[in-house]
Design a protein around this ligand. Structure first.
Ligand code: SF4
Length: 286
């Protein structure tokens, strides 16, 4: 039986993108190919918040569980899902254990119209090999919709492509796969040539619905987003594009959410909120 290293598994409202407002099970896998230490920082500077928390975790007081970890206002707000110093907080679980836990957190003990979000970290790293085993588990049979929240840098493996096509061919009710691609602009601190990979994202469109979601804090970020959109479109990407305000904490989010909404309207793009921030303060497990 396959195993997946799980950073978090919880039930909440999807706060972002296409399924905003839909009750969803979130499966947050461990591991990411990026660090995104530039978020919320002046351009060219990197956040040390995650590293400082990691130093506390390893040297002074050990955090026992995710909920004890501090939230950050700069850098990646999911830092504990990839930083190696927090890997002890993410257990390796079998498909059976994950499916059992999902049944426990679903309000009706079975899938109704809830949606599954497989997020990270970067969920399309090596875990692609384990998803078929989980998604084929009898307790997952009623699941209709899945979103992979990805940074858009990981190619789908041949085996996983085959599985996704087969999963959506189910005939009793319609099933749908979505790729929510949060492509990383220079404000993330990641390199353009490693983050903007249109050929990878275009292929997602062959195996589900894909859309792009750019995190915006400044006009420069929007200029970078426009450049990236041009690159994706030139490569043949057909999906929708969302602009989303930066801000894992309320003070940062409320500073620019309205401006980003206006920018999206002016440019005929979609606006994605971050409902988990005003609703739940973006606490762990939301
Ligand atoms: S890609 Fe996502 S999970 Fe990975 S470091 Fe960047 S923001 Fe965090």
């Amino acid at each position: 039986m396959s195993k997946i290293k799980i950073a978090e598994l919880f039930y909440s409202i999807q706060g972002e993108g296409r399924y905003m407002g839909v009750p969803s099970v979130f499966l947050r896998t461990f591991g990411c190919n990026f660090k995104c230490a530039g978020f919320g920082m002046p351009r060219g500077e990197m956040s040390h918040e995650a590293t400082d928390i990691a130093a506390t975790h390893t040297m002074i007081e050990s955090f026992q569980k995710y909920e004890d970890l501090p939230l950050v206002s700069t850098g990646c707000d999911s830092y504990a899902s990839w930083h190696p110093d927090f890997k002890d907080l993410s257990p390796m679980l079998t498909s059976e254990a994950i499916a059992d836990r999902i049944m426990e957190i679903l309000p009706q003990d079975h899938w109704k119209d809830e949606h599954l979000v497989i997020t990270g970290g970067e969920p399309l790293l090596g875990w692609q090999r384990a998803y078929p085993d989980l998604l084929s588990h009898p307790k997952m049979a009623g699941l209709k919709e899945i979103t992979f929240e990805t940074n858009g840098t990981q190619k789908l493996t041949e085996e996983f492509k085959e599985y996704l096509a087969q999963w959506q061919m189910y005939t009793d009710f319609s099933k749908e796969v979505t790729f929510s691609v949060s492509a990383k602009l220079p404000c993330s601190g990641e390199k353009w040539e490693e983050a903007i990979l249109p050929e990878v994202v275009c292929e997602y469109e062959d195996f589900g619905t894909a859309y792009l979601k750019f995190v915006i804090a400044t006009e420069q970020d929007f200029a970078d987003a426009e450049r990236a959109i041009g690159v994706y479109r030139k490569a043949g990407f057909k999906g929708h594009v969302y602009l989303m305000p930066v801000g894992g904490v309320e003070s940062v989010y409320t500073m620019n959410n309205k401006n980003v909404a206006i920018l999206a309207m002016k440019n005929g793009l979609r606006y994605s909120d971050r409902l988990q921030v005003p609703l739940f303060k973006n606490e762990w497990g939301t």
